[in-house]
Ligand binder design. Structure first.
Ligand code: S3P
Length: 437
């Protein structure tokens, strides 16, 4: 879907203050939609992510015969009429996932088990992202699945059939691939066992358990034990997205006069790497009102202006903050000392090559930052100077550059800012609301 080009201008505000409610978690929203579609009965999901990626998941599920109603009253929610035993039905057209790799990879796991043909594709960015990592394990389960370029890329074609459980060691820490295997495993008669050396986000496992599926977990091993069906429908509140909260956490920490509270934010430990990294840098961040929403931990996060120092990020920490690394690089620009980020070559296959695009765009703002094959080195303590930058049609880079602009001297002009809609449609209004000039 082509949206009108948008240019956003950011001036450093005198103060950053207020309470913020971030949109529902994108990862949990995808899973809630897909798993509820397979449940035996109606599920009700509130605070679903309003971003374009989850809209793509919803549209694909509708094309596969799932009835989804949206209620737009004071507390909006969607009702998903689970297909249960009757399963999904063949889509009449190619399924277009837009920018959303989560939609493509998770849905492929399900569609590999359904007795019909499916073709999935997306936008130019999506079509350049690796799919062999998805095709390989599903094929080991018996799937008939093919991708363009010797199975490397979308479009992906699937002729669904009966699959069997496998034991699979994930070569890259990817929650999307792990989830695709677990979703396919739902339909198998044997156990599905995944070995995951670096833990990635576990929202699929948590939601499956909540819906009555037996999942055994020990150290690096996840085991789905059949029979999985019938899946119990859920009444679910999706917690705020910590990947969206992260913009405000970094904004609050780097701005000299800031006090922000982000309410109802998911703090699942597989996602809180950004909190740990910022705390290690000396950020004044605290949690209030910790509680559970379903199986997911939630809290209000408070942040105030902080004196930051450099940190190191590598190893198991990386999957816990993979989407927040462009933002962390901005915090590092304003911290004392040299920050080193390693073991993050996965960044090269995100919505843009986030190592190159982050280094390029922050260099334009005057940062002293070097590219590494698997990360970057940021020499902190430099003043950022506003100039023209470009999102490269990457939603996280667009919003990260806006946060840099809040602490830069002069005006930062962000091109292709419309892409923020992928995960956070209200972002530009929110930044205007909390910035006091
Ligand atoms: C996601 C997993 C991560 C993450 C992406 C969302 C998910 O991708 O970067 O934004 O919801 O499972 P990978 O699975 O490719 O690591």
């Amino acid at each position: 879907m082509v949206r009108k080009p948008l240019i956003k201008r950011i001036l450093p505000p005198k103060e950053l203050v207020g309470e913020i409610i971030v949109p529902g978690d994108k990862s949990i929203s995808h899973r809630a939609l897909i798993l509820s579609s397979l449940a035996s009965g109606n599920s009700r999901v509130s605070n679903l992510s309003p971003g374009r990626d989850c809209e793509s998941t919803m549209n694909c599920l509708k094309a596969l015969g799932v009835k989804i109603d949206r209620q737009e009253n004071l507390t909006p929610f969607v009702t998903i009429h689970g297909a249960g035993n009757s399963g999904l039905s063949e889509a009449k057209n190619v399924l277009n996932v837009g920018n959303s790799a989560t939609t493509l990879r998770l849905l492929s796991g399900v569609l590999a088990t359904q007795p019909f043909l499916s073709i999935l594709t997306g936008d130019a960015s999506l079509r350049s992202r690796p799919m062999k990592r998805l095709v390989e394990p599903l094929r080991l389960m018996g799937a008939e699945i093919y991708g363009r370029g010797d199975d490397s890329f979308a479009p992906v074609v699937i002729r669904g059939k009966r699959l069997h459980g496998i034991t699979y060691s994930l070569p890259v820490p990817s929650a999307q691939v792990k989830s695709a295997i677990l979703l396919a495993g739902l339909f198998c008669q044997e156990d599905t066992i995944i070995l995951e050396l670096q833990p990635s986000r576990n929202h699929t496992e948590l939601l499956l358990e909540r819906m009555g599926v037996k999942i055994e977990q020990s150290d690096a091993c996840i085991c789905l034990i059949p029979p999985a069906f019938p899946l119990t429908p859920v009444d679910l509140y999706v917690p705020g997205d910590i990947s969206s909260a992260a913009y405000w956490l970094v904004a609050g920490a780097i701005h000299p006069s800031a006090k922000l509270k982000i309410k109802n934010c998911g703090v699942n430990p597989t996602r809180t790497g950004i909190l740990d990294a910022l705390l290690a840098m000396g950020a004044r961040i605290s949690q209030e009102n910790r509680r559970l929403e379903g199986n997911e931990p939630v809290a209000d996060l408070c942040v105030e202006s902080s004196q930051l120092r450099a940190t190191e990020v590598a190893g198991n920490m990386v999957p816990r903050l993979i989407d927040e690394i462009p933002l962390l690089a901005i915090a590092a620009c304003l911290a004392e000392g040299d920050t080193v980020i390693r073991d993050a070559s996965e960044l090269r296959v995100k919505e843009s090559d986030r190592i190159t695009t982050t280094v390029q765009q922050l260099s334009r703002l005057g940062a002293a930052i070097e590219e590494l094959p698997d990360g970057m080195v940021i020499h902190g303590g430099k003043t950022l100077l506003g100039t023209e930058v470009n999102s490269h049609f990457d939603h996280r880079l667009a919003m990260s550059l806006a946060i840099a602009g809040l602490a830069a001297k002069g005006e930062t002009i962000i091109h292709s800012a419309q892409i923020a809609e992928v995960s956070y449609p209200g972002f530009w209004n929110e930044i205007e609301r909390i910035a006091w000039h």
